[in-house]
Write a protein that binds this ligand. Sequence first.
Ligand code: COA
Ligand code: AMP
Length: 629
Amino acid sequence: MRKYLDMYERSLKDPTGFWGEAAQAISWDRDPTVVLDDSDAPFVRWFPDGRLNTCFNAVDRHVDAGRGDQVALVYDSAMTGTVATWTYRELRDEVARLAGALRALGVETGDRVVIYMPMIPEAVFAMLACARIGAIHSVVFGGFAAAELATRIDDAAPKVVMAASCGLEPGRVVEYKPLLDEAIERSRRRPERCLILQRPQATATLVAGRDLDWTEAVAAAAPADCVSVDAGHPLYVLYTSGTTGQPKGVVRDNGGHAVALAWSMRYVYGVEPGEVYWAASDVGWVVGHSYIVYGPLIHGCTTILYEGKPVGTPDPGAFWRVIADHGVSTLFTAPTAFRAIKRDDPEGRHLLRYDLDRFRALFLAGERCDPDTLHWAEDKLGVPVIDHWWQTETGWPIAANPLGIEHLPVKPGSPTVPVPGWDVRVLDPDGNECGPGQIGAIVCKLPLPPGALPTLWNADERFVEAYLSRYPGFYLTADAGYKDEDGYLFIMSRIDDIINVAGHRLSTGAMEEVLAAHPEVAECAVIGVADELKGQVPVGFVVLQAGVDRDHSEIVAELVQMVRDRIGPVAAFKQATVVARLPKTRSGKVLRSTMRSIADREEWKMPATIEDPTALDEIGEALSNLGYG
Ligand code: COA
Ligand code: AMP
């Protein structure tokens, strides 16, 4: 542990020296002379006088340095059977032309561009093209419904939306354009233009005067050069679930982000430039931003964009095929993907069909990695399997087994130790540090390292209130857990209403807002219950208005459809039940955590403040009818 500890301690004792050195991995247009400016704490700026371009760092500089013929991007679609590659030179030329097309639409440095696209290479080109001209992208995951897209459009106020005609899910074509049209219809801050990529599986109808055909616009465009921006200039805004229906716009800067990602590729993931790195996630999530697009490209790796699922496209050997076909050295995905593979191929028979010679490590994140899945993956793959912990807000791992420094002994259920730069503490409700094994709120001492969110988009106050006010001087991760006597972290649960469904972060509060909008619902509660495949799934409980006398199954079907329509299929909200009342405290607070404990068959105590204990019996019965509890 010595190597790790030396580096970790130095990162905390001498953050400016540590990150100043790390910054040398980046090509600056103007070298930063100051590493950290905290004169406006709690708002801090990394490399405040540095200037750079993230697209240049991710693409052009590798061509200049002789990597022009190396494959930068592999697009592997299990949905269409397509494989295509772009060298760094080809990627530069694609991105420059697309950036030129954006310019021609009037997009300037600082303008926002919403990207609503499936896992196709044009989504990567779009992100990089924005970065190239200093526009701020905001990618919206394709599994969100029109209303969620509309909320994001309203908050980001984009000049242009970039979208594709459709995404492909097993067994269905998801037409994006009607969703986009509906979202724009609902928005108060409509984009001037939409650039629409027509995929052969569905042709979108273009709105005259607003929508442009992507291919034609690119063909007519002159390539645009990289624009130099301040390190603190926002690279992107990525919306993530908050505790209400109003998502939080996590801001990422250019300079700190590039430095942190380059550092993490080497020291967390232990990857060398030129190696093939694959994050099997989606560009709509932070994992996709950091480790499909920016991290591997900034580091000079080959990155894989995989359009498909771990199982069923066509079989549970899909991941092994991609690893073998493209010589992947490191895979990053969510534990749920491995649970799906294990469920369909428990013996790992499909592994025998492929040569995984170059495969060196598996990283898992997005949710807690259960020990069974960890052991199965270790056993079947014979490589280090690393659970690591991070959040949309942090942009890169807070805790990991830092393979690039040294591979520490694994403790199942733990994402290992804090990564250099992250001063992680566990606090009790009074703000005192918890002892080993004692569960508390996990926080990070300020200032956060480069790459972490500097604020929320147009919401400095919400940023302070949500993250910095509970324990002054610390960033609240909203995860609870403990450190053991060796300093290993264990992440146990969220302290807010966020649940994790198949590695996707969702707010039960937002689902409750949807259910409450049903005219026959008087009150409701949504909880996340443990699920063998997805980790958690949401279950809704509704109390109907007095006098409603309709078939409950009809109402439940309507509620399920409402969540699908308003939040999206990704919410996986499929189960709800009607109850006579919700269990509450005498002051009227719904006892969601007790309900959750009953559902998950955990030990629970009758809350002393409960208003009517029999309400819990009814919840127990409802849960058991749904197959839980
Ligand atoms: N566009 C439109 N719809 C989408 C979508 C997208 N980009 N992504 C998912 N959906 C839909 C799915 O079609 C599904 O719809 P359905 O209810 O009609 O079946 C629903 O959203 C839930 O999707 P998903 O979470 O993918 O569940 P699944 O049951 O289809 O598959 C797994 C289960 C485990 C195979 C899948 O969740 C998986 O591969 N997870 C990996 C998670 C991951 O990459 N996380 C990112 C963090 S690293
Ligand atoms: P997201 O912002 O979508 O990346 O979700 C972040 C949340 O996912 C964290 O706050 C945790 O609750 C959970 N999470 C992510 N990685 C892990 C992990 N390795 N172990 C436990 N929880 C995790």
